[in-house]
Design a protein around this ligand. Structure first.
Ligand SMILES: Cc1ncc(COP(=O)(O)O)c(C=O)c1O
Length: 384
């Protein structure tokens, strides 16, 4: 008998099969769930499978982490109970007085946490304008430890060139971390583009069914930073629970299909409302008129995603009315699920928000796009 040829499988195949998961004992092709919060030692008091205690991680969470690492091309990934828990863990590895750089428009919860660290722990923070091509290089300094970027940025969908940002960060000896929540590895390979850490809110596209919260940090190499992150997660008790990890494994099986459909739907909506009389502007990197389209085309090779914003004619009141008049889009926060959501972003972000008052953020799902377009048409017409 000849030895079988080892096939090189594409990420979509690895995701669909959760890394060809097979229980050799039963033949089950769907991974099981291991709920135990503690793990018995063997006769020599050694660990049987490397697991000690549920707060340090467990087999189901490890399986989900292996799938994420495989898709992200990461040395290791760590799953957390929410995206913010992962964000907090990364910033917990910094010292008081360290200098960090972030975009001035990004996920508002992250900015709120960084402002708190600035006020209470002496973290030094510089925010930059992601629409200015030289904004990041002017913001970094010799003592910058961490550059955090998000691309596309939420909710204006400005595109940051990840490879260029990596060069700037590494040029001053800083690490680059990229929030890839809106551009998961289906479309953007942040680590291959030069990032040291790829972050995702697993609540969003990775799981895709709006039924768990989670976050992940994937690292390009399993060095000292990874050890620190493991320690922080273990001591903060912020690991993703086994049942959520199991749901996440199931969600990731359809990630490629969902992202493709959401991207196609969002592009159709963006094209339809571009130049529409009730809309001042459509913000979507998939439109050739978008200032970041060229970079997006280069670094988002699997679609531009399902996130876009509409600047509604008639100001804040018309925008808010349009959101509440929708019958198919749910007026809810979050993103990346199979169902479409719409929200008046300024209401959600609070006092520091730089978001335009007439901005509606759309998370486009996988429904029939003609229903989504008809819904927005009737809501905008009623709101004018
Ligand atoms: C781009 C982005 N990053 C991070 C987060 C935080 O993730 P979580 O809500 O899972 O804590 C969110 C949540 O909306 C997000 O949209």
């Amino acid at each position: 008998m000849t030895t079988p040829k080892q096939l090189r499988l594409s990420p979509a195949t690895r995701a669909a099969q959760a890394l060809h998961s097979l229980d050799e004992r039963t033949g089950a092709v769907v991974p099981g769930i291991e709920l135990s919060s503690t793990f018995a030692r063997d006769a020599d008091y050694g660990l049987r499978g490397g697991y000690v205690y549920g707060r340090y991680g467990g087999p189901t969470t490890s399986h989900a982490e292996a799938v994420v690492s495989s898709l992200a091309g990461a040395a290791e990934s760590l799953l957390f109970a929410s995206g913010m828990a992962a964000f907090v863990a990364l910033f917990e590895t910094l010292e008081s007085g360290d200098h960090v750089v972030l975009p001035q428009v990004m996920y508002h919860g992250g900015l709120d946490w960084v402002r708190r660290l600035e006020a209470k722990r002496g973290l030094r923070v510089t925010l930059f304008d992601a629409t200015d091509p030289d904004g990041l290089s002017r913001a970094v300094r010799g003592d910058t430890r961490l550059v955090w970027i998000e691309s596309p940025t939420n909710p204006s969908w400005d595109v940051i060139d990840v490879a260029a940002a990596a060069e700037v960060a590494h040029g001053v000896g800083a690490l680059l971390a990229v929030d890839c929540t809106v551009a998961p590895p289906v479309t953007m390979d942040a680590l291959a583009l030069g990032a040291d850490v790829a972050f995702q809110s697993a609540t969003k596209y990775l799981n895709g069914h709006s039924d768990l919260t989670g976050g992940v940090l994937s690292v390009a190499d399993a060095g000292a930073l990874f050890g620190e992150l493991q320690l922080v997660r273990k001591l903060q008790g912020s690991v993703m629970a086994p049942f959520d990890a199991w749901l996440l494994i199931r969600g990731m099986r359809t990630l490629y299909l969902r992202y493709e459909r959401a991207s196609a739907n969002a592009l159709a909506i963006a094209e339809h409302f571009d130049g529409h009389p009730a809309v001042e502007a459509v913000l979507y990197p998939g439109l050739p008129s978008h200032p970041g389209h060229g970079v997006a085309k280069r670094q988002m090779t699997g679609g531009f995603g399902g996130m876009l914003s509409l600047l509604v004619r008639g100001g804040e009141e018309a925008a808010r009315d349009a959101a509440r008049f929708c019958q198919v889009f749910f007026p809810a926060t979050s993103l990346g699920g199979v169902e479409s959501l719409i929200e008046h972003r300024k209401t959600v972000e609070g006092p520091y928000s730089l978001v335009a008052p007439n901005l509606l953020r759309l998370s486009v799902g996988i429904e029939d796009v003609s229903d989504l377009i008809a819904d927005l048409e009737q809501a905008l017409e009623r709101a004018q």
